[in-house]
Design a binder for this molecule. Structure first.
Ligand SMILES: Cc1cc2nc3c(=O)[nH]c(=O)nc-3n(C[C@H](O)[C@H](O)[C@H](O)COP(=O)(O)OP(=O)(O)OC[C@H]3O[C@@H](n4cnc5c(N)ncnc54)[C@H](O)[C@@H]3O)c2cc1C
Length: 464
């Protein structure tokens, strides 16, 4: 039985079902391709989670997926491999971490075959700095051709982002992440889940079913089906929890796991990013077409004058809030800054049963985010922008898309919740396979690692 159909739950379901195991996938949201538009009139908008969480004390909606495919139904589809050094956070963040804190119980080499399997699934190649793809510069949007040439002249090494997007069906619209892809060119876990639920006898999908609790001693869950008053109890051989880092921690805490696992809900991370908007005299066409194609890796471990770990830098789509005329002259770049795991950043359940999220970036995160703003601003100016406006991580706290870390895996029950197979220490029948397991947030976006880890653990389940 699998709870949640996003990056982790989706790949766990696919692997287990393909091996012949009987799988029930329980998802609280709808299928995002339900053709009924929501009250805003925009099709598919309702796949964003509508719940109000108490975020640093204020009730807020948090920006995350809700429905078959989870956040992969609305994500940007940039599937980046982390760097080998991300698996040894002490090398770069050691001064800020306690011993054993954030230690990874698996190596990069153990994960590598699973990164490759996910990339094969989506028919894509990993990021390769300097490489703009088999089609060469001509295959890039005109603005990106110009930027690549200018950046190369200045000694930078831009490459094409590894996008899980089918180029032959992509209509290159300007609004990619945040919305369900109208042609399904953007690869999510939703496509394969729906296909398997229609074609495989051993695979069942329940949508509109919210799991309310997980038994601490047996693989038994209680589920609330939409429109029904009574809870349903479901039993299985094993439970795989993959409801996203915030909701998995909340569900486990509500089910009483917090007594045995003091780190549960703690070390919530979601990257201390930085964004820069470059305004160009020449058209970028950011209001009309898909221009999110480029990434740079050379700042991953900082710069000569600032030797601190930062992360990957990549382009973004232009924001819908601006008019098309302005968007057509804008270009956006974002840095994914690895934020520190801090126990005080946490998910909790209030006495009234409400989900609470507390988060404050460390001053060292803010310092690195600030430095990234300077790097991105320089990149924009070097690319010919007439103006560059920077925003840091502190600006948008509800964009928790990269949420990870609330049930980190590790070797020590003192500093972690899960063992190397993502089971709560000492437990056999439960695995947590969403972004919660990550002990550190890495310098790259998390979806590929979450998907690969789900394959790694479910392979182990199948073999044993
Ligand atoms: C707008 C946006 C853009 C992003 N772009 C990128 C990107 O380009 N590259 C990248 O690597 N990452 C990106 N991410 C992040 C990426 O999508 C997530 O890291 C990844 O999907 C997380 O996978 P998960 O399995 O942890 O959770 P999710 O994919 O969020 O899935 C959790 C699922 O559990 C369901 N659920 C929750 N509670 C319950 C319950 N009680 N009962 C039943 N079901 C439940 C939810 O409805 C959801 O479907 C983006 C995220 C967002 C929001």
């Amino acid at each position: 039985m699998i709870i949640g159909s996003g990056a982790g739950g989706g790949f766990a379901a696919l692997n287990l079902a393909a091996s012949g195991q009987k799988v029930l996938l329980v998802e609280r949201g709808p299928d995002p391709y339900d053709p009924r538009p929501d009250s805003s009139g925009r099709p598919f908008k309702h796949v964003i989670d509508q719940e109000r969480y108490l975020h640093n004390g204020s009730p807020r909606k948090l920006f995350m997926g809700h429905g078959v495919g989870g956040s992969t139904s609305i994500y940007g589809a940039v599937l980046l491999r982390p760097r080998r050094e991300d698996f040894e956070p002490g090398r770069h963040l050691g001064r800020w971490l306690e011993s054993e804190d954030g230690e990874w119980p698996v190596t990069y080499d153990e994960m590598l075959p699973y990164f490759e399997r996910v990339e094969d699934h989506f028919g894509m190649a990993p990021f390769n700095p300097g490489d703009v793809g088999s089609g060469g510069l001509e295959s890039l949007a005109p603005v990106n051709r110009r930027l690549v040439q200018r950046w190369r002249d200045q000694g930078y090494n831009p490459g094409i982002l590894p996008l899980a997007i089918n180029r032959s069906t992509c209509i290159r619209c300007a609004d990619c992440p945040g919305y369900v892809c109208p042609t399904e060119a953007r690869g999510s876990t939703r496509q394969a889940i729906i296909q398997q639920s229609r074609t495989m006898d051993n695979f069942s999908l329940w949508t509109g079913c919210e799991v309310q609790s997980i038994d601490r001693h047996r693989p038994v869950i209680t589920v609330k089906k939409a429109g029904q008053k009574d809870l349903v109890e479901v039993r299985a051989d094993r439970v795989i929890l993959s409801a996203g880092a915030i909701n998995s921690a909340a569900l486990l805490l509500r089910s009483g796991f917090g007594d045995d696992y003091p780190m549960l809900g703690r070390c919530f991370m979601y990257h201390a990013g930085a964004v820069v908007f470059g305004l160009f005299r020449q058209r970028t066409n950011g209001g009309h077409s898909f221009i999110k194609q480029l990434g740079l890796e050379e700042f991953y471990f900082g710069t000569r004058d600032f030797p601190h770990k930062l992360g990957i830098v990549q382009s973004l789509p232009t924001p819908r809030a601006a008019t098309t005329a302005i968007r057509n002259h804008l270009y956006l770049m974002m840095a994914t800054v690895e934020d520190l795991p801090r126990p005080e950043n946490r998910v909790e359940i209030g006495r009234d049963g409400r989900k609470k999220v507390f988060h404050q970036f460390h001053s060292y995160d803010m310092e690195r985010s600030f430095h990234c703003k300077k790097i991105l601003t320089r990149l924009m100016r070097d690319a010919g922008a007439i103006r560059a406006f920077a925003a840091s991580a502190r600006m948008n706290k509800t964009h928790v898309g990269h949420q990870v870390g609330t049930a980190r895996f590790g070797t020590s029950p003192r500093t972690s919740v899960l063992d190397r197979w993502c089971r709560p220490h000492g437990m056999e029948h439960l695995h947590v396979l969403d972004g919660s397991f990550l002990p550190t947030s890495m310098g790259a976006s998390p979806a590929l690692t979450i998907m690969a880890n789900a394959l790694r653990v479910t392979d182990h389940i199948i073999q044993n």
